[in-house]
Design a protein around this ligand. Structure first.
Ligand code: NQM
Length: 363
């Protein structure tokens, strides 16, 4: 007999994943991960025997439960299931999958509807930071239909604005974890940042890129990939992340002059495949490098203030990602008071995923 586990499949922002109630998965992380690998069909680059979509952006999991904290309604653990390896990683957060957490929490009775908008306070277990997602609700139900458009997703859906308050340094201990705004690694200038996602920003032109290369072009550039990885391993140590050879952070973002009226153009390795767009917290971290004076972004001559409420359009391979940030800057320090952005999400399927009987531990 196969074993059935309740699951919801949701698109969260520009990613897609499996959303589980924590109580429906094994408590022991090793057993839990075996179940998740089987659910996704990993290890197999096509994930043919599971629900995974054969790309890191569609091989994601949210493990959710009612929070015991006074400042949160839901605890959200993000897990990246590696498509082609028997590995499940918990070392990063995911702001796209986060977009589906509010609707899931309402649909599963963890949060009561409070009118036309229901705010869900989410504790992000991976980093210990909190977010608040504002979900459209009507007549006691989540409204998925709406007019909000995000690049990288066809059509429109109801808006889910998300606020972040305390994400600076949540993985690395400091906003600029190396203590510098520019480090020199392997002969290249890099800016290492953690505003919710550890990211190494590099100037695309230093690597012979003009910013128009597609994800497919970049993934075919073996020399660039090898150099990027050498820099990443050193940057990871400097960012207090230790040996990152088996970690999904830091992400590597190449910055170039905006091509379509945005603030800056980006191409991001996450960290081995290239993102079709840009991660949510990844975009917040990149925006932070653009605002701070003295980073690798300076030479791009960006037109951006470094204090107050700023709205920034970060260009990526399939459009724009808009980030709002409230910044306080004095002579020596820059503090990010708040970050906000817009996502959408959609419930795609609710049912049971079947796990082979040979995989033990299903509760
Ligand atoms: O940065 C992909 C995604 C992400 C992460 C990745 C994300 C974020 O687009 O918050 O959303 O960088 O691995 O889902």
């Amino acid at each position: 007999m196969q074993q059935a586990i309740p699951v919801t499949i949701m698109r969260g922002g520009t990613s897609k994943g499996l959303y589980f109630h924590k109580a429906d998965l094994p408590n022991d992380p090793t057993e839990r991960d075996k179940v998740l690998l089987a659910a996704m069909g990993s290890p197999d680059e096509r994930q043919i025997d599971g629900l995974g979509g054969a790309h890191p952006l569609t091989s994601k999991v949210a493990v959710l439960s009612r929070s015991k904290r006074s400042d949160a309604d839901v605890d959200y653990l993000f897990l990246q299931v590696v498509p082609d390896k028997p590995e499940v990683r918990d070392n990063q957060n995911c702001g796209n999958i986060l977009a589906g957490v509010g609707p899931w929490a309402i649909e599963n009775g963890l949060v009561s509807v409070t009118g036309d908008t229901t705010s869900v306070r989410i504790h992000m277990v991976n980093t210990g930071a909190n977010a608040v997602a504002h979900v459209c609700t009507h007549d006691g139900h989540v409204c998925y239909a709406g007019e909000a458009r995000i690049d990288g997703v066809p059509g429109t859906a109801s808006p889910i604005p998300i606020d972040f308050l305390d994400i600076a340094g949540s993985s690395c201990g400091a906003l600029f974890p190396t203590g510098k705004l520019i480090d020199r690694i392997e002969g290249y200038d890099v800016s290492c940042v953690d505003n919710g996602m550890p990211v190494v920003c590099l100037r695309a032109s230093d690597f012979g890129l003009d910013g128009t290369e597609t994800p497919t072009d970049l993934e075919a550039n073996a020399d660039l990939i090898a150099l990027k990885e050498r820099i990443r391993l050193i940057a990871g140590q400097k960012m207090n992340l230790g040996d990152v050879s088996d970690k999904t952070v830091p992400k590597m973002t190449f910055l170039s002059t905006a091509q379509s009226g945005g603030l800056v153009s980006t191409q991001t390795f996450i960290p081995h495949r290239v993102h079709e767009a840009i991660g949510v917290l990844g975009a917040v971290s990149v925006a932070t490098v653009c605002v701070a004076k003295g980073t690798v972004a300076d030479e791009l001559g960006l037109d951006v203030a470094n204090t107050g409420i700023l709205n920034m359009d970060i260009e990526h391979p399939t459009g724009f990602f808009s980030v709002e940030m409230e910044i306080e800057t004095n002579d020596t320090d820059m503090t990010v008071k708040r970050s906000a952005l817009l996502r959408t999400a959609r419930k795609l399927m609710m049912g049971e995923v079947y796990i082979p009987a040979s995989v033990k531990g299903v509760p």
